[in-house]
Design a protein around this ligand. Structure first.
Ligand code: FAD
Length: 526
């Protein structure tokens, strides 16, 4: 006798929607969540300035037209409190919390081939059984926590953007150091610069950032009357949101025209900046034109030319690392109380009781904010011991993740991943990708039930082909050239392999739809 048909791990947007769909389809499902409420990313990452960089018209669920019509997003880009309120509303509206076990972390999954079931062991010592497990554990949910020498000696306070105190932090007038200038770092720095006494930013790699031009959400009213058709179109795009993709090649465009188009996109703001031309991600020269345009805008914003140069990315192609969307980030460096330490020139040696020593100089601070990112895509899966006999997923993925469609991995039957590695995942509007995976997985489970089957596993040859396909697709682009978290390069010792599928959301959907129609070709069903 099984405890549940399905156990879902994680109560972020993926786990919540998966629970809703499975319940609707008549499955008995239970969610296990480490946090004490729903929301995932938006539950944990409460740092000042935390905000979505996909427009709220697109970054929301599409599964219920009534929800879509009723929920109002106040801004073009929603801030973390509003997104968290939305997740909480969804949980309440569909009465999801009754099937979620909170404050409980899954530590171990054990596959029993004879009984065709998983045993799921949690940190409270309990075990539950289920026919299927769905890991909705998140791509950016396992923080990367580099150990700085001397951190325990620090007499001030240390905070992590990825686990910000719920009660907030009073930074007014304080001497604050921020380590890290990725998306979370940029947002934090911009938000706190006006209120802190002194701000010292420690930067390893500067980020490309385009302006958000945030404001009231005027687009929502225009989209609402035909929202479902709008969503359908978004599902077929490359990025899972609509960008007015250019059809020309930058390399073949007159330089003045190219500059005008980049400038037009800059003025619109947001992540569609790179979608003006088809070759920005494949042609190094075209990429450099788009990159240099951003650098020229940084030089306009930052008064000190030397500082502007330090803030200008030069070591990797634009968009090969996660692009940032900013609201006055670069201008912050014109403030007298803000300084930048380039840790390539002045490496961090250690932390003392009173500050951070870099390049032989101690910068005093009362508070250190770590914006050091995540063990992306595989971190949360690798944190669990996922075992089938003497094989573990951790061992199998030691040289990089191996999946079929980013949905399953051979040797680990009845275990699905939502937005797993080798699916478009973090290269997309995650809401589009989450909904797609949930619907696909739900369809597969219904198919098994209808056929009287109870076991599904990725076939090894299909998996090998998909791994090659995703690697080949990535190698056609400039993306693997950056030492990015997409490559696992931010985690010491992690195998460098480009993890997400670069072929685009629409193409991926067509592939996966076709595979389901073809009786789940490449999966073994029994
Ligand atoms: P998560 O929201 O990460 O939820 C996973 C949940 O699983 C977590 O609550 C975690 O506690 C739980 N969990 C993990 N392991 C275990 C375990 N072993 N046991 C129990 N529970 C476990 N995406 C975009 O598309 N656009 C954006 O602008 C954007 N901005 C982002 C900004 C930040 C700061 C971060 C961190 C991410 C951002 N993302 C963005 C990605 C974001 O993660 C997704 O959009 C989305 O929220 C992911 O939902 P999820 O449910 O898949 O995962």
């Amino acid at each position: 006798m099984l405890d549940h048909d399905v156990i879902i791990i994680g109560a972020g947007f993926a786990g919540l929607y998966q629970l809703y769909r499975l319940r609707q389809a008549g499955f008995d499902a239970r969610v296990i969540e480490a946090g004490d409420d729903v929301g995932g990313t938006w539950y944990w990452n409460r740092y000042p300035g935390a905000r979505c960089d996909i427009e709220s018209v697109e970054y929301s669920y599409s599964f219920d037209p009534e929800l879509e019509q009723e929920w109002d997003w106040s801004e073009r880009y929603a801030a973390q409190p509003e997104i968290l309120a939305y997740a909480q509303h969804v949980a309440q509206r569909y009465d999801l919390r009754k099937d979620i076990t909170f404050s409980t972390r899954v530590e171990k999954l054990d596959w029993d081939e004879d009984a065709t079931r998983w045993t799921v062991t949690t940190d409270d010592g309990q075990s539950r059984t289920a026919a299927h497990v769905i890991a909705a554990t998140g791509c950016l949910s396992k923080p990367s926590r580099p150990r700085f020498e001397g951190i325990d000696d620090f007499a001030g306070l240390v905070y992590w953007t990825s686990n910000w105190p719920h009660e907030g932090v009073d930074l007014a007038g304080k001497k604050v150091a921020v380590i890290g200038t990725g998306s979370s770092g940029l947002q934090t720095i911009t938000a706190i610069a006006p209120i802190v006494g002194e701000l010292t930013v420690f930067q390893r790699t500067p980020s490309f950032a385009v302006p958000a031009h945030n404001g009231p959400n005027e687009r929502l009213a225009r989209v609402r009357p035909h929202y479902q058709a709008y969503r359908e179109a978004s599902r077929m795009t490359r990025l899972g949101f609509q960008c007015d993709d250019g059809t020309g090649f930058l390399a073949e465009t007159d330089p003045a025209e190219a500059a005008a188009e980049l400038s037009r996109r800059w003025d619109i703001g947001g992540l569609c900046y790179n979608s003006g031309f088809r070759d920005i991600l494949t042609d190094a020269n075209a990429n450099e034109v788009a990159a240099e345009y951003v650098r020229s805008r940084i030089r306009e914003k930052v008064e000190d030319p030397e500082l502007a140069e330090k803030l200008s990315p030069r070591t990797y192609p634009i968009a090969s690392k996660r692009m940032c969307v900013d609201t006055g980030y670069f201008e912050v460096y014109n403030q007298d109380n803000v300084s930048l330490v380039d840790i390539n020139e002045e490496p961090i040696h250690r932390i003392t009781s009173t500050g951070i020593v870099a390049g032989g100089i101690e910068r005093e601070c009362d508070v250190i904010i770590m914006a050091t990112g995540f063990d992306a895509m595989t971190g949360a899966l690798g944190a669990m011991e996922i075992r089938n006999g003497d094989r573990t997923l951790r061992q199998k993925w030691a040289h990089g993740p191996r999946t079929y469609l980013g949905l399953m991995s051979e040797g680990f039957p009845n275990l699905f991943t939502i937005t797993g590695p080798q699916s478009p995942s973090v290269l997309s509007n995650m809401m589009t990708s989450i909904e797609y995976h949930v619907d696909w997985i739900t369809g597969a489970l219904k198919h098994l039930r209808e056929q009287g089957l109870n076991r599904m596993e990725a076939a090894l040859d299909a998996e090998d082909n998909w791994v090659n396909t995703t690697n080949d697709a990535a190698d056609l682009t400039l993306m693997p050239q950056a030492a990015s978290w997409y490559m696992g390069a931010n985690i010491p010792g992690k195998q460098r392999v480009f993890m997400p599928f670069t072929g685009g959301v629409g193409t991926y959907k067509q592939i996966c739809d076709g595979i389901a129609v073809a009786h789940y070709h490449g999966f073994e069903l029994s």
